[in-house]
Design a protein around this ligand. Structure first.
Ligand SMILES: *Cc1c(COP(=O)(O)O)cnc(C)c1O
Length: 379
């Protein structure tokens, strides 16, 4: 369901979510995977800022039957919005919410031995995937004692539909990281092999997130868990992912020119008197700020935005609700003109990479940081 009826003229700041690009990216990832391997769409953190319900509904229409989120509340939100497939909670759920998990038919990851022990007790059968820690040392069972592990698979009140692990360095292709990832893969398959030899049903296996899919396509699991690449961007802002895989960014971030002013040489702009204009200038006040997830850290770092297909610099500090750009070089802007912070504008293009590079982070954080006040428009 795209809300193409939304009149963007009436919005202050919005992200434009291109569902055909999402579909395209899904196809590209599926092509990397063996034919029998299905995608678990990772839609945690509001689908990396793209809107979990809308993104999941679209993916469901495209045939996706598995979804993964970080929390039970994210899972319930999907369930009450008609997402029907398996919804896996990857992270911790308080044991007190076991009944909710069962009621909403949510699958819980078993995140360590003592958690497995506790959540196996209680009324009804809880559906779970067992997570194995193969070296990341975050979540998962260590599996050092095979008998203890098998005892968990045999718990009456657990229905085990999957077994998985997470690769911690699959994005890096340096020798040390590659051999570590290979060690993780080998460890995973050794444990699966031992379990199977003992006639344990492990359910569906999965190991790869985005970089696991593109860097280790030879892995033959039943499922794979892409997140960031579904949204068409790399994690690392130094990488131009399109050179490796034909994916297209799904999200564009836009705001408006709210006001235009002339300032004289020597005047200062914004909070404090940190930014002094060098010559008579025209400035525009743009309707987006750090409370919308456009980091204040970008102040004075030479970050650009697009207006009428041309790059203009941000000046002064990014404020909570707005920021200021120098538009002296443009003669055709007016109040209400569109400002593009991420995405295409006429022939020009700004990648999310720019923001993440200038704020020393990865694109995952930039995208998930986009604020609640930014409306989502699906195209
Ligand atoms: C977030 C997450 C993913 C998706 O990772 P991407 O790098 O975004 O593809 C997969 N598996 C687990 C366990 C995760 O936490």
């Amino acid at each position: 369901m795209s809300n193409s009826k939304v009149n963007i003229e009436l919005l202050r700041a919005y992200s434009e979510i291109n569902l055909s690009n999402l579909e395209h990216n899904l196809g590209q990832l599926q092509e990397q995977l063996p034919a029998m391997c299905k995608v678990i769409a990772v839609v945690k953190a509001d689908a990396y800022g793209h809107g979990a319900v809308q993104v999941s509904r679209h993916l469901q229409r495209l045939g996706i039957e598995h979804f993964a989120v970080a929390s039970i509340d994210e899972a319930i939100e999907l369930r009450i919005n008609q997402i029907e497939g398996e919804i896996l909670v990857l992270g911790y759920t308080p044991i007190g919410r076991r009944e909710d998990l069962i009621y909403y038919h949510i699958t819980q990851a078993l995140i360590d031995e003592s958690y497995a022990e506790k959540i196996s007790k209680g009324k009804g059968r809880l559906r779970v995937h067992i997570k194995l820690d193969t070296g990341m040392n975050r979540l998962g069972l260590r599996a050092t004692n095979l008998d203890a592990l098998m005892a968990i698979y045999r718990k009456e009140n657990l229905e085990i539909t999957g077994t998985f692990s997470h690769l911690s360095r699959a994005d890096s292709l340096c020798d040390e990281d590659k051999s570590f990832t290979e060690y993780q893969i080998k460890t995973f398959y050794e444990i699966i092999g031992s379990l199977k030899k003992n006639h344990i049903e492990v359910g569906k296996t999965h190991l790869q997130s985005s970089y696991g899919i593109i860097n280790y396509p030879q892995i033959k699991c039943d499922l794979a868990r892409p997140g960031i690449l579904l949204y068409g961007v790399s994690s690392n802002p130094e990488e131009n992912i399109a050179e490796r895989l034909d994916v297209r960014p799904v999200l564009s971030l836009r705001a408006k020119v709210g006001s235009i002013k002339h300032v004289d040489k020597g005047e200062t702009v914004g909070y404090g008197n940190h930014f002094k204009v060098e010559k008579e200038s025209v400035i525009a006040i743009v309707t987006i700020g750090y409370a919308d997830g456009y980091p204040r850290y970008l102040s004075k770092r030479g970050c650009k935005v697009l207006i009428r297909g041309r790059e203009v610099p941000i000046i002064g500090n990014v404020c909570m609700d707005q920021m200021i750009v120098d538009v002296t070089s443009l003669n055709d802007i007016k109040v209400g003109s569109q400002v593009t912070l991420i995405g295409k504008d006429e022939e020009a293009y700004l990648s999310v990479n720019q923001i993440s590079l200038l704020t020393n982070t990865i694109n995952n954080e930039t995208l998930t940081g986009i604020g609640q006040r930014v409306k989502k428009v699906y195209i």
